[in-house]
Design a protein around this ligand. Structure first.
Ligand code: ATR
Length: 275
């Protein structure tokens, strides 16, 4: 049977094995998908071992996405732009690296949440790996404007300058949180690590245009601090990142198996489990 795995550290709480098992059952694909704890000093060796044992591909999660990028011999354009890899494909040509995070986010927004991005004003909060990983797919969705805001302004500016070289005259700008005062957005996406510290990015009030959606890439029980703040600031719609998790998995599954699973029942099951 074809073998796949997710590698990370820690990994025991990963929902990926359950998600991929559900996709495999639904599409009639014969495969196994396991969770591998990668030793912090032996990522490449663990991948090599899995591949030698007949592994066909892997998902890669924290903290190995940059190492996975370095390991891959070939990259998709979206992995190239992200500078990080969350999906590895092992084939006769060696190791191919892709990044399905941004496509997963865009698909969750446009398909599951019925939130079109074309011609909308998007605010992306953060300038670390999570933000970088989704920038190109967000731009490809043709927003009216994509504004990147970060606590450390210089980091947002550096990221935007880098993308300006790749994406030419994309409607992209960078600023600090305080500079957002007086501006309004249709979609606000939290890609900062603030939720991990149980904090919300310090945003000025009045950011949400009528009907606007607030999206936290984190997920868990109840509102994150960012979503609670968005609710208080009048965001019309709030959502966590559970749909992105399932959609990035579906994109990986499609890449490996050539079939796109129906994510709706899988996401509904997962939602029932965490709530
Ligand atoms: P990741 O890969 O999760 O993006 P990272 O590369 O360490 O992790 O980036 C973390 C991001 O969260 C950064 O944008 C960081 O802001 P700085 O660049 O100013 O450090 C942001 N961040 C972390 N904690 C935050 C907080 N409490 N409030 C606002 N932003 C925060």
């Amino acid at each position: 049977m074809d073998r796949y795995a997710v590698i990370g550290n820690p990994i025991s709480h990963s929902k990926s094995p359950a998600i991929h098992a559900a996709f495999a059952a639904q599409t009639g694909q014969s495969l196994t998908y396991e969770a591998l704890l990668g030793p912090l000093d032996a990522f490449a060796a663990t991948v090599a071992q899995f591949r030698a044992a007949g592994g066909r591909g892997m998902n890669v999660t924290v903290p190995f996405k940059l190492e996975a990028f370095a390991l891959a011999r070939r990259h998709s354009p979206r992995a190239q732009a992200a500078g990080a890899v969350n999906t590895l494909v092992f084939d006769a040509d060696g190791i191919f690296g892709d990044n399905t995070d941004g496509a997963g986010l865009v698909r969750d927004l446009t398909h599951n949440l019925d939130c079109p991005l074309a011609a909308r004003r998007i605010l992306l909060l953060g300038a670390g790996g999570a933000a970088r990983g989704v920038l190109l797919p967000l731009l490809a969705a043709r927003p009216a404007r994509l504004t990147l805001a970060n606590r450390t302004v210089a980091r947002a500016e550096a990221l935007v300058a880098d993308f300006a070289q790749r994406a030419g005259d994309a409607p992209l700008d960078a600023c600090g949180f305080a500079d957002l005062a007086g501006r309004q957005f249709d979609v606000v996406i939290n890609a900062t690590a603030a939720s991990l510290a149980d904090e919300a990015p310090p945003l000025p009030p009045g950011l949400y245009a009528p009907g606007a959606l607030a999206y936290d890439m984190m997920y868990g029980r109840g509102d994150t601090p960012f979503l609670a703040a968005a609710r208080a600031d009048g965001a019309a719609r709030l959502t966590d990142g559970l749909g992105m998790l399932v959609e990035q998995a579906a994109e990986s599954f499609l890449l490996w198996r050539g079939v796109r699973p129906d994510t709706t029942p899988v996401l509904a099951d997962l939602r029932r489990q965490i709530e």
